[in-house]
Design a protein around this ligand. Structure first.
Ligand SMILES: Nc1ncnc2c1ncn2[C@@H]1O[C@H](COP(=O)(O)OP(=O)(O)OP(=O)(O)O)[C@@H](O)[C@H]1O
Ligand SMILES: [Mg+2]
Length: 254
């Protein structure tokens, strides 16, 4: 070999990624909804319940929660408590909910009242920690898909930064078709994958419920994971009976 020979970089052996090597990929998704109070927590908890039943380490994350009360020296939020109860990975609340706000108001307003500033960095860092401790992560958004978190960052931006497949919960009520389709459009505009949707019958006897669900099925380019009826006693376990999560990407094989 002379100094005039071309320099060729040594060829290094590329190791296959764990998924390619036959290991099960991790499951993770971002649960959003057509509105606030339409069943995101119920669906997320049902998903965690099903994941635990499938034998994996499953953890819920509610990155931003607004509305908390102090009990026995610890701040509690209903959503955080329900997700923690449904999963089987125990992590400090400061990791599963980096922004726990006391006031039950729009997050950017509650944050300002408490002189906090919601930014993505602590959320993304916490998400990495949760992922490291779990096989499956279910992230529940706050309110609807475009709820602001600060002056230039909203829930949709957070979903985009986490880059997770999205599950949309539709609260079945008059007006939900447009809310659902606008949300589907916003998800697509961010090049996020809409992995599935859930029809949650938040009210008894919605007129034309079947026709409304059919109209959504005809227009939403993702599988319907199930219809949760109005439950007398809503719980993760009860809701899970009506949902088939196996259509979601990387759902663990039982
Ligand atoms: N199918 C159902 N049957 C009976 N009650 C339901 C049903 N779905 C939701 N609920 C009840 O409605 C309330 C709101 O549901 P949930 O907390 O899941 O909504 P959410 O979208 O997570 O709200 P938020 O925006 O506050 O996070 C809860 O009390 C829940 O138990
Ligand atoms: Mg909730």
């Amino acid at each position: 070999m002379s100094l005039d020979d071309p320099v060729i970089a040594p060829v290094t052996q590329v190791q296959p990624a764990p998924a390619a090597a036959g290991m099960t990929s991790r499951f993770a998704c971002f649960v959003t909804g057509t509105d606030t109070e339409i069943g995101k927590t119920l669906t997320s908890a049902a998903m965690l319940h099903a994941l635990v039943k499938a034998g994996v380490r499953a953890c819920g994350m509610k990155p931003v929660a607004a509305g908390a009360e102090k009990r026995n020296g610890q701040w509690h939020n209903d959503d955080c408590d329900q997700l923690a109860a449904a999963g089987n990975v125990s992590l400090p609340q400061s990791i599963t909910t980096p922004f726990l706000l006391q006031e039950a108001a729009a997050p950017h307003i509650a944050a300002e009242l408490e002189e906090q500033y919601i930014s993505p960095v602590p959320i993304l860092a916490a998400y990495i920690e949760i992922s490291a401790a779990s096989d499956a992560v279910v992230v529940e958004g706050v309110g609807g898909f475009r709820v602001p978190l600060n002056e230039s960052f909203d829930t949709a931006d957070l979903a985009e930064q986490l880059d997770l497949p999205v599950v949309l919960v539709v609260g079945m009520r008059l007006g939900c078709i447009s809310h659902a389709l606008l949300t589907v459009e916003a998800i697509a505009n961010r090049n996020l994958m809409l992995a599935g949707w859930v029809a949650n019958e938040t009210q008894d006897d919605m007129p034309f419920i079947d026709e409304n669900i059919q109209a959504l099925e005809d227009r939403i380019p993702a599988p319907l994971l199930g219809r949760i009826p109005r439950l007398a006693e809503p719980s993760a376990q009860a809701a899970a009976k009506y949902l088939d999560f196996t259509k979601l990407p990387n759902w663990p094989a039982v």
